[in-house]
Design a protein around this ligand. Structure first.
Ligand code: MG
Length: 248
């Protein structure tokens, strides 16, 4: 069942979303060569707690850290550890926050210094695919109109979308119905209604769409080791159009 939220609930989700957005900005400013992923994780956790939030991923199904950090061929769910950032890396960071019983979730891929033209283009296309998906978050559209817009943007650029991981409803818990694939035919699935709140999250690979899970049982990487990028926002469907709840 897709839970529709009241305007008051959407305001609360937005409060959680502000903490997410501020944390991502802090992360963007902090990422530099030599910094380790666990140091970045601790910095993010400290900030979220200072703002009165709780890192929603920590302990979720046993996830051991506060944020997910996935480098280069890393797609999602990377566990922070001793690995340090290097010039030319691209770093996908996923942040989820619970605040006053409401949840918001967002992700972005950041370049470490100067990155290759291929990496730059992948980041731009993935960000653009998320924007196209958000534009489809209109009352009366079908759920799969979002999926189709994301897939088309990725594939027109010559890239592929990851199938195994999907966007999701969010708000009163971290993962709610519906699942929102990043590929599919338009015009399918439920109609979008006012008060629905979704986390849209295209994961786009330069190479093939296939991925594998690392031996740590969390980290996901591209099977062909091509670069991958990930952008995510939490969005509310309103009569006035999509409202991004994880921007500053
Ligand atoms: Mg998510």
């Amino acid at each position: 069942m897709i839970i529709r939220k009241s305007p008051d609930e959407i305001r609360l989700i937005r409060e959680a979303g502000c903490i997410v957005a501020e944390t991502l900005r802090l992360i963007e400013e902090a990422i530099k060569p030599g910094l380790s992923t666990i140091e970045l994780d601790r910095m993010a956790e400290g900030y979220i707690k200072k703002r009165g939030g709780r890192p929603a991923f920590k302990g979720y199904r046993g996830f051991p850290a506060s944020v997910c950090i996935s480098i280069n061929e890393g797609v999602v769910h990377g566990i922070p550890g001793s690995r340090s950032f290097k010039l030319g890396d691209i770093v996908s960071v996923d942040v989820g926050v619970e605040h006053r019983g409401c949840y918001a979730d967002a992700a972005a891929t950041f370049p470490v210094g100067d990155v290759s033209p291929d990496a730059k283009r992948l980041i731009e296309v993935t960000k653009g695919a998320l924007e196209k998906g958000i534009n489809m978050c209109q009352v009366g559209n079908h759920l799969s109109d979002i999926s189709h817009a994301i897939q088309r943007t990725a594939e027109e650029a010559g890239y592929s979308v990851v199938r195994e991981f999907v966007g999701h409803g969010i708000g009163l818990s971290m993962h709610e119905d519906p699942q929102i694939p990043n590929h599919g035919e338009p015009g399918r699935g439920p109609r979008l209604e006012e008060g629905m709140t979704f986390a849209l999250e295209p994961m786009i690979n330069i190479g093939g769409h296939e991925v594998k899970v690392l031996p740590d049982k969390w980290g996901v990487v591209t099977l062909d080791e091509s670069l991958s990028a990930h952008f995510e926002h939490t969005v509310a469907i309103t009569r006035e159009g999509p409202l991004i709840l994880t921007s500053l």
